[in-house]
Design a protein around this ligand. Structure first.
Ligand code: AGP
Length: 364
C-alpha cells in the first residue's frame, strides 16, 4: 500500500477499502495450525512469564483506546486474565499503582502520541513490563516498549483512523489467542478462533459490498440533531468508536452509551430528530438488546441497527456476516465507518482533514 490515492477521492475511502488486504497482512505468517495458536515474534514474553501475568492494563488514546476496550474483552474471554483499558491521557495524570504482576500494553497507530508515550515512560520508570501494539515500525512507542505486536495496517493518512482500528483489534485477537493457548484455552477453541480470523478478509469484503445501501442510509440520517450509539459488552466499544468516527469526520454530535445505561439518563434525549444506532450481535445478549430497541421505539426514536439478522423493531438494519462471537466487534465496526464517511460526504465536510484535528497528537 502506498500514499497513492488509487482511484479513490479521499484517503478515508481508500483506507476503508484497504481493510481486506490489511487484515490479511496482520494474520500472515502468524498462524500456527499445528498447535492451534499464533506466533508473535517480537513479543518478548516467554511462556513462563506469560503464565505469571495476573492482570492486563491497556493504554491508548481515542480510537487506540477503543481498540484497547476490545482487546481487554478478548484477553479476558480467551486467556481468562482480568483485563481493562484506560485512556493513556488519564492514566498518566494519576499516580497509578504499578504492579509487577500486571502486563501493561500501550496501543498507538502513530507510535508518537505524547500522552501514550508519557504513560509508557512513567511505567518504565516504575519497573513495569510494557508491550506495544503499534502500527508505525520503529516509532517512539515501539522503541520504548519491551516488545509487542506490529499491526501492519500500512500507512494511514486520513486523520480519522479506520484500517488501523480494525487491524489493531485483530492484533489483540492474536495476542489473546497466544496468551490463551499457553494458559487454559482448549485446542478446539484455538482452532475455532483461527478459523474465524481466516474468514475475516472475505467477510470484510462482503460488508464493503453493501456500501451503496449504507450511503442511502447516511443521506437519511445526515440531518440528525444528534445521534446516540449503544451496544452491550462486545457491542459497546463498537458503539464508542462509531460515535467518535461520526463526530470527527461529519461534526454531527454523537454520544455512545452502554445500552443498559440508557435508562439511567440518556433516554431523556430520545426523540425523532435524535436517532439511535444500536449494535446487536447475535450473542447471549440479543434479547436484552431487543428490549432496548423497544424502549427507544416507545419514545418515538428512530433506530438503525447493525446486526446479524434483520431487526423488526429497527427502522433499518445493516446485516453483517456472522463469525465467532468473540470476533464480532471487528466486523461490526466496518459498516459504521462507511456510515460516518457517507454522512460527512453528504454534509460536504473536509473528510481527510477534519477541522481542529491532527493525525497524531505529539504535544501535551
Ligand atoms: C482516530 O480517528 C483519531 N483521530 C484519534 O482518536 C487517534 O486514534 C488518537 O489520537 C490516537 O492516535 P495514535 O493511535 O496514533 O496514538
Amino acid at each position: 500500500e502506498s500514499y497513492d490515492m488509487g482511484g479513490h477521492d479521499t484517503y478515508m475511502h481508500k483506507e476503508i477499502h484497504e481493510q481486506v488486504d490489511a487484515v490479511d497482512r496482520v494474520l500472515r505468517g502468524r498462524i500456527d495450525d499445528r498447535f492451534s495458536t499464533v506466533r508473535l515474534g517480537g513479543l518478548n514474553l516467554d511462556a513462563r512469564e506469560a503464565r505469571g501475568v495476573r492482570r492486563v492494563k491497556i493504554l491508548g488514546c481515542g480510537s487506540a483506546y477503543h481498540t484497547g476496550l476490545i482487546g481487554a474483552q478478548l484477553i479476558e474471554e480467551l486467556a481468562r486474565i482480568p483485563a481493562d483499558a484506560e485512556p493513556a491521557s488519564e492514566f498518566r495524570y494519576r499516580n497509578p499503582v504499578v504492579d509487577p504482576d500486571t502486563l501493561y500494553i500501550a496501543v498507538s497507530q502513530s507510535g508518537e502520541t505524547y500522552d501514550t508515550l508519557a504513560a509508557v515512560q512513567e511505567l518504565k520508570r516504575k519497573g513495569a513490563r510494557v508491550l506495544g501494539v503499534v502500527n508505525v515500525v520503529g516509532s517512539a512507542i515501539a522503541r520504548e516498549t519491551d516488545g509487542g505486536v506490529y499491526v501492519h495496517a500500512g500507512p494511514e493518512v486520513c486523520v480519522v483512523s479506520t484500517k488501523c482500528f480494525t487491524n489493531t483489534a485483530v492484533a489483540f485477537a492474536l495476542l489473546a489467542l497466544h496468551l490463551g493457548r499457553i494458559r487454559d484455552l482448549s485446542v478446539a477453541d484455538g482452532k475455532r478462533i483461527i478459523a474465524g480470523l481466516r474468514k475475516l478478509p472475505e467477510q470484510i469484503a462482503e460488508v464493503l459490498s453493501g456500501e451503496e445501501e449504507i450511503k442511502k442510509l447516511a443521506a437519511e440520517y445526515a440531518n440528525a440533531k444528534s445521534m446516540i450509539f449503544v451496544g452491550r459488552v462486545r457491542g459497546y466499544p463498537v458503539a464508542r468508536e462509531a460515535s467518535l468516527k461520526l463526530k470527527e469526520v461529519s461534526y454531527v454530535h454523537a454520544e455512545a452509551y452502554p445500552a443498559s445505561e440508557l435508562k439511567h439518563g440518556p433516554l431523556a434525549l430520545i426523540e425523532p430528530e435524535v436517532p439511535t444506532v444500536a449494535v446487536l450481535p447475535d450473542d447471549d445478549l440479543l434479547e436484552k438488546n431487543r428490549a432496548t430497541l423497544e424502549e427507544i421505539k416507545a419514545r418515538s426514536g428512530r433506530i438503525l441497527a447493525v446486526a446479524h439478522r434483520e431487526q423488526e423493531k429497527a427502522d433499518h438494519t445493516i446485516v453483517v456476516p456472522r463469525n465467532e462471537v468473540e470476533l464480532d466487534p471487528i466486523l461490526m465496526g466496518i459498516p459504521l465507518q462507511l456510515l460516518a464517511y457517507h454522512t460527512a460526504l453528504a454534509l460536504g465536510r473536509d473528510i481527510d482533514k477534519p477541522r481542529n484535528l491532527a493525525k497524531s497528537v505529539t504535544v501535551e
